[in-house]
Design a protein around this ligand. Structure first.
Ligand code: HEM
Ligand code: HEM
Length: 219
């Protein structure tokens, strides 16, 4: 087990970081170049003020009509997103590993809060899975890839919790945790998870077109 750990926490981790960083840059840069050739409106209509106005509206819970129409889903989605972004970035175990690798660190969350956030992330993911199974209109639009994506996202939270609480098999859970975290990082630039990079361009463009051209609000 020690040899496996050394490999995945060593050379594999560096490879994953490289693919993640280069992949993210490639994803944004290649889309920007394609838009230059094929989607001139994107650059013509882009307006920083309307883009920022739309982004500011959509990142705040319940500010758009569709969010107000689905309060339970909006709550689950925001709880999930806040905990899914904050927990891995400010978890003491992660910051410590980052410091060992790169030599710098930042403030961390107390472990009890990180643990509570982990549980909230898992509970909200269970809700989002349930919504895709039980709400008819959503089930109609759901394919296996939606469940695969939710599973990919859930795995690092479940295994991280398992390892942290030293539940039976915690050694293997740690290995599974690192591998699933790495799979998630690598998937970000190449799957729909790239929405965390592209959301701002998509929302910004829609906001620019609505604000600058249609003179309307997009929320
Ligand atoms: C990719 C490399 C990663 C490494 C090397 C890593 C490493 C670790 C370590 C060492 C722990 C502590 C476990 C223990 O105390 O035994 C941990 C916990 C945790 N990690 Fe990661 N992790 C990685 C990726 C991720 C990702 C991508 C996420 C989420 C998106 C994540 C979420 C968590 C959570 C939620 C916990 C448990 C917190 C708790 O319940 O207190 N990790 N991780
Ligand atoms: C800058 C950060 C992010 C932004 C702006 C963002 C935005 C969004 C939006 C607008 C949606 C669609 C509507 C919704 O279901 O709420 C969504 C869905 C989703 N996001 Fe994010 N996201 C971000 C980061 C993340 C991260 C870090 C993860 C996972 C680690 C993630 C995983 C997901 C998943 C799995 C869904 C689909 C949920 C479902 O199937 O119901 N997002 N995100």
């Amino acid at each position: 087990m020690t040899a496996i750990y050394s490999f995945i926490a060593g050379p594999l981790m560096w490879a994953v970081f490289a693919v993640f960083v280069v992949g993210c840059i490639w994803r944004v840069a290649s889309l920007a170049l394609i838009a230059r050739k094929k989607d001139v409106a994107f650059y013509e209509y882009w307006n920083n003020r309307y883009a920022a106005r739309s982004i500011a509206h959509w990142i705040v819970p319940f500010r758009s009509q569709s969010m107000r129409q689905n309060p339970a889903t909006t709550t689950a989605s925001f709880v999930f997103h806040i905990t899914a972004i904050v927990t891995p970035l400010f978890l003491s175990a992660h910051v410590l590993l980052f410091q060992e690798a790169f030599g710098f660190s930042w403030p961390v969350l107390p472990n009890a809060i990180a643990d509570a956030f982990t549980m909230l992330a898992i509970v909200s993911l269970v809700f989002l899975v349930g919504r895709r199974i039980f709400v008819r209109e959503v089930r109609y639009l759901t394919t296996w890839s939606d469940f695969a994506l939710l599973a990919l996202v859930a795995l690092p939270f479940v295994t991280g919790f398992w390892a942290y609480h030293l539940l039976p098999g915690a050694g293997w859970a740690t290995i599974l945790h690192i591998l699933s975290g790495q799979a998630l990082l690598v998937a970000i630039p190449f799957t729909r998870l790239s929405h965390m990079l592209l959301f701002f361009f998509m929302r910004g463009y829609i906001g620019s077109e609505f604000g600058g051209v249609r003179k309307a609000q997009d929320w």
